[in-house]
Design a protein around this ligand. Structure first.
Ligand code: NAD
Length: 477
């Protein structure tokens, strides 16, 4: 496989940056440069803005059934091209090739779901108080969108925003991740090859702060969608607010996992260890704080540690690999600092804790136990392959710890007591709760956080709403 250089996609054309600037793309398994990505400057952004403005006129006037058909074609192309795109994604992001394939096929399902939803953006007829008066609501696309997507799921993060926008009749500029640019470009190519008119979707890379600082306030842009860290999300949401623009924010989490003594511990360990080390823990819904009831804590820790030690770490291109490298070198010192801080405050490092080798950005699957709540890792998202396992005695104590942080994205629980399930359902403060199985992130279910984890949803029927304006019309005939 030869890894491609990535250009900007503006007004239906693949193009280098006007000033020719590029950035290196690094394979995280070898830390060596594999390609280059075009770096947009303001003049490129101006071209993209002009294109997206014209693209909006075309796409919002395109019949919904034609939008649906085009999106379904793009989904089929993505499925057909799954294997070569997976090779590209693994090269730039590091995840095992099987996980890249799953991400791409899941993305095709997301496109299909939103294509179908496009046909169901119903308004209402509201009974009127007066004879002869008709009151209706009409759904219309909000306008051109600016979307900012991160490197952990290069295709999945983009496809949710792009599909919802296109289904609603919006045009879009995507600022995709500079670290992993080529697989999002392949997603864009599927839409282009499916016949998307020029200007409807545009793709740029460059300096994230410069691009968001220019696009968000720009009068052409009417809606913002961002996935990334909470501090950056707060800045971008404030900027969107200052210019009175709608925004969807999918931000950080710190998922609690409540394991009660009546759960099947071996099954829970097997399921959650696989889930924890998926994508090397660089997942916003990654299980982070394992809270295990006292009487089963030792069994859980022993089982989980064994599972962590048996994870096969290696290059994502090796089909035997279960966990690839971290996606960028920033994560290594960040994880090392968090582990050192936890241990200095009295935590036990049960296994892992170090970088593996000195080629590429591999890190040991790590387990920390009995970590005090004032440790950094108990408060900030680790975004890496570290499981924290703490103990609790009562359900009240477990709930108190689960709800301690300002985040509220994913949460997990394992118990066979229906009474406990009812309490958790009512009292865990999180946008998503999955009990006794893993059921998050399907296209048809809500995906989003509450509190510091963000605003809005990127899945389910509500996701398209934030790309639509609801207008009211009352008429007397
Ligand atoms: P970061 O906060 O610098 O960047 C996170 C993402 O936001 C990147 O894609 C980056 O390009 C983008 N970004 C940063 N500043 C921006 C700006 N001013 N305007 C527009 N986009 C901007 O952190 P990082 O080192 O890339 O990742 C570390 C942290 O980011 C993690 O600890 C995690 O909390 C968070 N993160 C979350 C997700 C997610 O899925 N929610 C994905 C990636 C990163």
């Amino acid at each position: 496989m030869s890894y491609p250089n990535t250009e900007l996609f503006i007004n239906g054309t693949w193009t280098p940056a006007e000033d020719g600037r590029t950035l290196p793309v690094i394979d995280p398994a070898t830390a060596s440069e594999v390609g280059r990505v075009a770096h947009a400057s303001i003049s490129d952004l101006d071209l993209a803005l002009e294109a997206v403005s014209e693209g909006f006129k075309v796409w919002s006037a395109t019949g919904v059934f034609d939008r649906y058909k085009l999106m379904r074609r793009a989904a089929d192309l993505l499925r057909e091209r799954c294997d070569p795109i997976a090779d590209i994604m693994t090269t730039e992001q590091g995840k095992p090739i099987a996980q890249s394939r799953v991400e791409i096929l899941a993305a095709a399902d997301v496109i299909d779901w939103f294509a179908e939803e496009a046909r169901r953006t119903y308004g209402q007829v509201i009974p009127s108080r007066q004879a002869g008066v008709t009151q209706i609501t009409v759904k219309q696309p909000v306008g051109p969108v600016a979307a900012f997507t991160p490197w952990n799921f290069p295709i999945n993060q983009m496809v949710r925003k792009m599909s919802a926008a296109l289904a609603a009749g919006c045009s879009i500029i995507v600022k995709a991740p500079e670290e992993t640019p080529a697989s999002p470009a392949e997603l864009m190519r599927c839409f282009a090859d499916a016949g998307l008119p020029a200007g409807v979707a545009n793709l740029v890379y460059g300096d994230p702060a410069e691009i968001s600082g220019y696009l968000i306030p720009h009068p052409v842009i009417r809606k913002i969608s961002f996935t990334g860290s909470t501090p950056v999300g707060k800045q971008l949401a404030a900027l969107a607010g200052a210019h009175m623009k709608k925004s969807t924010m999918e931000l950080g989490g710190h998922a609690p996992v409540l394991v009660f003594e009546d759960a099947d511990i071996d099954k829970t360990v097997a399921m959650m260890a696989t889930h924890k080390f998926r994508n090397a823990g660089q997942v916003c819904v990654s299980p982070t704080r394992f809270l295990v009831q006292d009487s089963v804590a030792t069994q859980f820790i022993e089982g989980f540690t064994k599972a962590a030690q048996s994870v096969r770490v290696g290059p994502g291109t090796d089909p035997e690999t279960e966990m690839g490298p971290l996606a960028n070198d920033r994560r290594i010192p960040a994880l090392e600092r968090m582990i050192e801080d936890a241990v200095s405050r009295g935590a036990t490092l049960v296994t892992g804790g170090k970088r593996i080798g000195n080629t590429g950005w591999f890190f040991e699957p790590t387990v920390l136990c009995d970590v005090p709540t004032n440790a950094a890792i108990m408060n900030d998202e680790p975004f890496g392959p570290i499981a924290v396992i703490n103990r609790f005695d009562t359900t009240d104590a477990a709930l108190q710890e689960a709800n301690r942080l300002p985040f509220g994205l994913a949460s997990y629980a394992f118990t066979t007591s229906s009474e406990t399930v009812t309490r958790l359902q009512n009292e865990v403060r999180a946008g998503m709760l999955t009990i006794n199985h893993l059921g998050l992130a399907l296209p048809e279910v809500p995906f989003g956080g509450i509190g510091d984890s963000g605003i809005g949803t990127e899945g389910g029927s509500d996701a398209i709403e934030s790309y639509l304006d609801t207008r009211f019309v009352t008429r007397m005939d």
